[in-house]
Each structure stands twice: as C-alpha cells, then as structure tokens.
Ligand binder design. Structure first.
Ligand code: PLP
Length: 432
C-alpha cells in the first residue's frame, strides 16, 4: 500500500466506501438511504436529487443561485480532501486524492473543459466570478482612448472590474441599455442595440449571459455574430473582445459555454454548478489568450490560460473537489437540468402573471430567460417582498445594492413545483 492509499484509508471509511465505483457511481448513489439520483427509466428522480442537499426543510429555498448549497457527494469530496490536508499539508498541491484517484489542477481543468465543450488548457481558475472578471479587465491589452462597453443591467462587480481597469489604463467605460423593458426584451432588440452601440474604439463588449438584475438571458450567440462582423478588417489590438459574465448561465442553460462565440467566459462554479464555495473559471478562446496578461503570479503552470490563475495557497479542498460537481451535473444530464430549471421558472412566471398587483420583469419566452425570475409587487421595494416572504419561511432574493432591486425567484434542481406554488401563494398574500 502506498502512502496515499494509507492516508485515504485513514480519512474515513464511510466516505471512501461510497466511492467504490468512481465519481459517477458515487454521485448517483450518494443520496440519503442510498436512493439513486436516476430512476429505473434513467431520468432524474428529483426527490432523490433534493435529498442530497442539507437545505433546512422548514424553509422553501428559491434563492440557491446566490451561493450553492452543495450536494452530498460534493460535501463528501471536500471533507475527504480537507482531512488529507489536515493530516499532512505537504501533500499540496500534487499529492491529493479523491477516493477514486488523484485530483489536481489538471483534473479540475479537464473536467470543466468537458462540461464547457472546450479545452482544459484554455481554462484559468479563480475563487469567484468577481475575481475572474477583475483578472480579465485588468489584464486585457487596452490603449488610452479605447472603451469597455457594458450595460446598465450587468452586475455591479462586472461594471466595477471594467471601471477599475479603465481608470488604471486610461480607457473609459460606457454603460448603455440593451432593451427598453426587460420583461418584453427580444433577441432582435438586443442585437440591433449592440450593433448600434459598437464603436471602432470598443475594445471589450461585456455582457451577462443571464442577468441577475432582470433575469434576461442575453442572446450571446447572436451578439457574438455582431461582434464578428464589427471586427472584420480590424487589427488584433483594435478587435473588440466579447467578455461574458456567464455565472447564471453555466449549468442553468443547456449550451456549451466555450462554443457561444465569446472570446472570454467568466463564471463562478459555486452557484448553478453547485460546486465548492470559492471556485470559479475563466475560459478564453485561443486567439484571446495573448490579449489578456496575468495579474498575479500563478502556481498553476505555463500552458494556455493557466498563468492567469491567481497563485498562492488556496482552498484546495474546495478547488480540487470541483470534478465531483461536474460529475453530479453530468449524471443528471445538462439538458435535463436546464429543462427542469426552465419548467419551474415557467411555472413561476405564469403564476406571477396571474396575480393582480404583480409585474413580471423577466421575459416569458424560455429562450430569453433561464432560472431567475424577477418581479415587483405594487410599489414595494424588492427587499420588502423578500422580507415578507421570509416571515413565511420562503427564501426569495433581491439585489440589495441596486436601486431597481426586483424580487427574484430562482429555481434550481433542488426545487419542486410545490416550492414554486408555495411561493406564489405567499406573493399573492403580499400583493393582496
Ligand atoms: C451576474 C453576476 N455576476 C457576478 C456575480 C458575483 O459572483 P461571485 O460571487 O462569484 O463573485 C453575481 C453575484 O451573484 C452576479 O449575479
């Protein structure tokens, strides 16, 4: 028995036993009482999926996209790694194992690449979407006089990353609207607004795959086409790069993030992907690699995007457990996950639309929305709706730092139609 096997044996036989058949088998059978994730027909058993989460059963949780509650298999993986680190910190960073075999940055990047439909070498890792966006905007080669073009509806950390980098590099930030009314937004409207706003000096167009402020899912592929047209004939240093804040699209929308046509996709993996907290990815198209310089010294190596990953000793027990979150989603199936999320948010939208005094701010069309449904109740601020729902043990959310601050229902794989119906009853009472 080598040293690593001895250690694995010492870290808890229960966790290891659960992993006998590898990660895929482990996530499938990690449910309470051995209940499998997939039913006999091969489809997800959503009750078994829910049973994997330690969410307080006294509450209805419709805000889990804020920060992931982790499925059981992911918690077991984090725990397994933490025990090894506590037993011998010198195992960092190349000698740590999941119960089915070694795990390290390479394994993490490969598993994410498989999920994104891209290449491992094009992925950098960070601790949050915020840090990933900061790395990209701070690192992008930009000249004084060039601009970063974003919208008023992008998250404050995305705008902030652009603003801080622009101040440093003599560039400017321009915020524009992509639609007149988020609830009525269409792909055509967004595309023509982008076409009208791009300038020869636009060095980065920053968009959000699924906006947390409005729930609007941006038509990224169509926007990428507009950027491609605008770039025709431009020199490399003048090309507009399409940077996507993908945090609410990744693992909520059934699409290969690496094939959207973007130059860069940044996404926290601790929201819809249900990964360990403090994890995120930055994917770069091969031709964009030379356009973004590292901000920090990296410990990850020299290949492709690796040097963009901030170095230092990190929460390895979290980062190195990410392949298990990916396996969890792959076991369920990306299209089934996205389908379930869409089905539940459609139920929420249809129900909200029937409540007098409630206004929907997210498009009803499934192609223009994903798992976040924004709404307002009469003239109440969103935070007041959230508080009143919380008094009835229903967890909603709002953007507390935002003047718009709509109330939001977020539907994930841990939710059921009943959860949505309970929330709708509560909203009806608040509006009544
Ligand atoms: C659209 C969007 N981008 C970025 C962030 C920040 O994400 P993180 O917590 O991973 O930095 C959020 C926060 O929820 C968000 O809604």
């Amino acid at each position: 028995m080598d040293r690593r096997s001895v250690l694995a044996g010492a870290v808890g036989s229960a966790a290891v036993a659960a992993w006998g058949g590898g990660v895929a088998e482990a996530v499938d059978t990690a449910g309470a009482g051995g209940r499998r994730l997939l039913g006999p027909d091969g489809r997800p058993d959503w009750g078994a999926v829910r049973a994997q989460f330690r969410l307080d059963p006294a509450w209805v949780h419709l805000a889990t996209f804020y920060l992931a509650s982790q499925p059981r298999a992911v918690r077991a993986a984090v725990d397994h790694l933490a025990r090894q680190l506590d037993a011998d910190p010198m195992l960092v960073p190349t000698k740590l194992s999941l119960p089915d075999g070694p795990t390290d940055w390479d394994r993490v990047r490969k598993s994410l690449a498989g999920y994104l439909g891209g290449e491992a070498e094009h992925i950098a890792l960070a601790a949050s979407t915020t840090i990933g966006l900061g790395l990209v905007y701070n690192g992008v080669r930009v000249r004084p006089g060039q601009e970063f073009l974003l919208s008023e509806d992008d998250h404050t950390v995305h705008q902030g990353a652009a603003r801080l980098a622009a101040e440093k590099h003599g560039a400017r930030v321009r915020l524009v609207p992509w639609f007149a009314d988020s609830g009525e937004a269409t792909a055509e409207e967004v595309v023509s607004a982008v076409r009208a706003q791009l300038r020869p000096t636009t060095r980065v167009l920053g968009v959000t795959w699924v906006q947390s402020r409005t729930g609007v899912r941006m038509p990224v592929e169509a926007v990428a086409e507009v950027v491609r047209e605008a770039n025709r004939g431009r020199a490399e240093a003048d090309r507009c790069l399409l940077v996507v804040d993908g945090v609410h699209g990744l693992a909520a929308v059934d699409a290969d993030a690496a094939r959207l046509g973007a130059d860069v996709v940044v996404a926290g993996t601790h929201k819809w992907l249900l990964g360990p907290r403090g994890t995120a990815l930055v994917w770069l198209a091969p031709h964009a690699l030379a356009q973004v310089r590292p901000t920090f010294a990296s410990f990850m190596g020299d290949d492709g995007a690796a040097p963009l990953s901030p170095g230092g000793f990190l929460a390895y027990e979290h980062a190195f457990a990410l392949p298990v979150s990916v396996a969890f989603h792959q076991a369920l199936g990306r299209s089934r996950v996205a389908g379930r999320i869409a089905e539940l948010s459609t139920r929420a939208k249809e129900g909200l639309a029937r409540i007098p005094g409630v206004r929907l701010h997210t498009p009803v069309a499934p192609g223009m929305s994903a798992g976040i449904t924004c709404f307002s109740v009469r003239d109440l601020p969103g935070s007041a709706v959230v508080e009143r729902a919380a008094a009835r043990k229903v967890r909603l959310s709002s953007l507390y730092h935002d003047s718009l601050g709509y109330a939001r229902i977020g539907t994930g794989v841990m939710n059921s139609p009943r959860d949505v119906d309970v929330a709708l009853r509560v909203v009806r009472d608040i509006a009544g």
